[in-house]
Design a protein around this ligand. Sequence first.
Ligand code: ATP
Ligand code: MN
Ligand code: MN
Length: 305
Amino acid sequence: GSGREDPKPVDATALAGVRLTHPERILWEDQGVTKQGLADFYADIADWALPHFVRRPLSLVRCPNGVGQQCFFQKHRWEGLSPDIHPVDVGDSEPMTYIEDLRGLMGLVQAGVLEIHPWGSSIEDIEKPDRLIFDLDPGEDVAWGQVIDGALEIRRRLGDDGLESFVKTSGGKGLHVVAPLEPAADWETAKDYTRRLVAAMERDTPSLYVSTMAKRVRKGRIFVDYLRNGRGATAVAAYSTRARAGAPVSTPLAWTELSEAVRGDHFRIDNLRQRLDFLANDPWEGFFSLRQRLPGAKAVRRGRS
Ligand code: ATP
Ligand code: MN
Ligand code: MN
């Protein structure tokens, strides 16, 4: 495998009191990343990662035998879960899961979880989203610069409504723009706001942006997916690994870092630590302390547009 030449001085799972079965099992063949390697990676970046997905209902991509083998997108609980993976009732027939800490995260690794997809609301109030997310999915023949422009366009439009936003790599083909919110409006209101924002982008520049699934295959345009903002919808968490070749990680960026050189899969298990070591500031400084709300939530609910 590449990178990570230094052996870990402390066994991450021992530290968290979790016993890994098959620690030597290879999860990302092309990178030589094992289950123990994944545990070490998460333990190493836990202070950066955990705040983005603790105390939220989680959908989980489990690939017990690694990338390229059978994977499951799991919304509900399964047999043999660690006691550090807690149940949360979201109104389904079965509970979902949440974690609170490193032990819970190690429990996810033990269960073969390679991707963590939280709700946009916390277990404190699952009916009130505390973040919006815009998922930019470039179609064929879309230049990376166009994806960057799309993210900046969303940022500008949010800014016009008084909302500060943040950008991350998806760990795949695109970028995600995220705006933290005070949990005040309901899901319908939040989704409707994002729908109208994206519809306006499509209306103003139909050659660049598509807002509906049906048209997403059209070449040369970006599908700006606002449907991640519905109740029960998810998007991959900041600092989650992806069950894809190269062991990419969805990575928060400063807006000034967007560039030709940083594609959606640029940051990976083998280079993220180095990035974090060299950062002068948190690229998402302020993300957890911002207090901001959707503009005129009542007006939105009356359907003015
Ligand atoms: P990319 O940049 O490659 O598009 P992405 O994470 O944005 O990466 P998408 O396909 O655009 O991938 O988004 C898929 C989203 O849909 C995921 O973030 C996930 O939360 C959600 N999702 C819903 N059902 C599934 C499923 N069965 N498998 C994987 N993701 C699912
Ligand atoms: Mn996407
Ligand atoms: Mn998408």
